[in-house]
Design a binder for this molecule. Structure first.
Ligand code: HEC
Ligand code: HEC
Ligand code: HEC
Ligand code: HEC
Length: 370
């Protein structure tokens, strides 16, 4: 059950230096881990699994970020660990890569970030003329796949790619049918998905979410000509901050009329690279504030042990480890129990974070050079 800890972040990282590559995550690997490490004995996902811990798919229905996972897990860790001891379940070690897989899995089970309304979605699917070409089980226009055949229904990254790829062709198809181009809002799309994903024909559709290091993303961004427009005020690194994938999918769709023709096509793989580079990176390396992080570090008593090396604690920050919200999850399972023991000896309560933002601030501080 012990996993070898791999330190996947090789780049030495300090404030202002290049951000280390994203540690790739895959929901299928995460799902296996969730079973193999017996998380499933206590936690259910979409109603399946143990009941001692909370259902991890339903707990937060929007804005599920690595920072949220890290802070929630940190806050509950000691109670969870003693529950594990009581149940005779060995505490797993999670490598940073395991933590990334776990995040991908939990993210995939929630699917999109915004709750949608199926009744409204049904209406929107008709009003926006989608239903004229897309039947649920049959195609109503040449080349328009029926909904049951949509890969994008279970894969957020693919949805973004499909919305981009088909937007230009659909623009022509709309023109031929003398239908005006249909702009969508993120809420429209969330509603449409809530409707389409809950039909008897599509229930149980496989979900998959994975991201890569994003290292090839810059090259694709240049090769596809995105960089021609997206510099300066239009730079996407800044614009995509705080957007979720539904919003990006909709932006891609609404983008079509503004695009140069012919629109450069992006394969599924290229889109995954691009999104890992543009979006996932800012998601994993959320913008924390070093100054606020320093305050958190003091207020939560971390500094009492970590500044002067008390209680055998390694000096933090300044280790140059390249922490992220994902690697904190791994560090928590590896070092947390020992830390908890030392805290009890020092008669300190286990510190809890009052928001995911505090976790991001803390991470920014841990990565700052002292
Ligand atoms: C022996 C039962 C048990 C096992 C096994 C277990 N947990 Fe937990 N977990 C709990 C309990 C109980 C809580 C709530 C603790 C509390 O109330 O403070 C919890 C809380 C959590 C939370 C915080 C959830 C939130 O939204 O606040 C996360 C995340 C979590 N567990 C993930 C995991 C993962 C991942 C695994 C497998 C590596 C795992 N748990 C294994 C019992 C367990
Ligand atoms: C005029 C006909 C037409 C209309 C109207 C239309 N589509 Fe499409 N759609 C197509 C065709 C054709 C394809 C396949 C295009 C291709 O292969 O490039 C497609 C593909 C798609 C896909 C990709 C499916 C996959 O494999 O994952 C999605 C998602 C989609 N459409 C959503 C919509 C939505 C949402 C609307 C309404 C806003 C809509 N479509 C309206 C013709 C249409
Ligand atoms: C011809 C110029 C042009 C090119 C080329 C271009 N875009 Fe855009 N893009 C725009 C404009 C204009 C906007 C709208 C900005 C706004 O709404 O303020 C936009 C918006 C976007 C948005 C939404 C950003 C937001 O703030 O919500 C995304 C995502 C995006 N583009 C991705 C891409 C990608 C990926 C490529 C390359 C495959 C690309 N664009 C190529 C002009 C371009
Ligand atoms: C009572 C002393 C004590 C307190 C308080 C404390 N720690 Fe620790 N911490 C330790 C010890 C001891 C270790 C090493 C545990 C081990 O070797 O497994 C450690 C390890 C760590 C590590 C792993 C370092 C590495 O090598 O990657 C991190 C990250 C960390 N602590 C963060 C925190 C944060 C954040 C807080 C405040 C919320 C905190 N600690 C509070 C004692 C403490």
């Amino acid at each position: 059950m012990m996993r070898e800890l791999c330190i996947c972040v090789l780049t030495v990282w300090s404030a202002g230096a290049a951000v280390p590559p994203v540690i790739p995550g895959d929901s299928e690997r995460g799902a296996k881990l969730f079973e193999n490490e017996r998380c499933v004995a206590c936690h259910s996902v979409n109603g399946k699994g143990g009941k001692m811990g909370m259902d991890l798919s339903a707990r937060v229905d929007r804005g599920f970020t690595p920072a949220l996972l890290a802070s929630a897990m940190w806050n509950h860790a000691p109670v969870m660990w003693s529950a594990m001891e009581g149940a005779g379940i060995e505490r797993p070690q999670l490598s940073p890569s395991d933590a990334a897989d776990l995040f991908a899995y939990l993210y995939s089970t929630r699917f999109f970030d915004k709750p949608g309304d199926a009744a409204r979605g049904k209406q929107a699917f008709a009003d926006r003329h989608c239903a004229e070409c897309h039947g649920i089980t049959e195609s109503r226009a040449e080349g328009a796949p029926p909904v049951v055949k949509w890969d994008s229904l279970g894969q957020p990254m693919v949805l973004v790619q499909q919305m981009w790829d088909h937007s230009s062709r659909m623009r022509e198809a709309f023109a031929r049918k003398k239908i005006a181009w249909q702009e969508l809002t993120a809420q429209d799309l969330s509603d449409i998905l809530a409707y389409l994903r809950n039909l008897p024909e599509t229930r149980g559709v496989n979900t998959h979410f994975s991201f890569t290091t994003g290292e090839g993303g810059q090259a694709i961004f240049e090769a596809k000509g995105c960089v021609k427009c997206h510099v300066g005020k239009l730079a996407l690194e800044d614009r995509l901050h705080n957007l979720d994938l539904t919003e990006i999918a909709v932006d891609m769709w609404n983008h079509a009329p503004r695009m140069i023709q012919p629109v450069p096509q992006l394969s599924e793989d290229e889109m995954r690279q691009l999104l890992s580079y543009l979006w996932m990176r800012q998601f994993v390396y959320a913008k924390g504030d070093v100054g606020r992080g320093k305050q958190v570090f003091a207020a939560k008593h971390c500094a009492e042990c970590h500044n002067g090396g008390e209680h055998g604690a390694p000096p933090l920050p300044g280790q140059g480890r390249g922490y992220s919200e994902i690697t904190i999850v791994s560090a928590l399972w590896k070092h947390g129990p020992q830390m908890f023991t030392r805290m009890r000896q020092a008669k300190m309560a286990w510190p809890r974070f009052s928001s995911p933002q505090q976790m991001s601030d803390l991470v920014a501080y841990l990565n700052s050079v002292q």
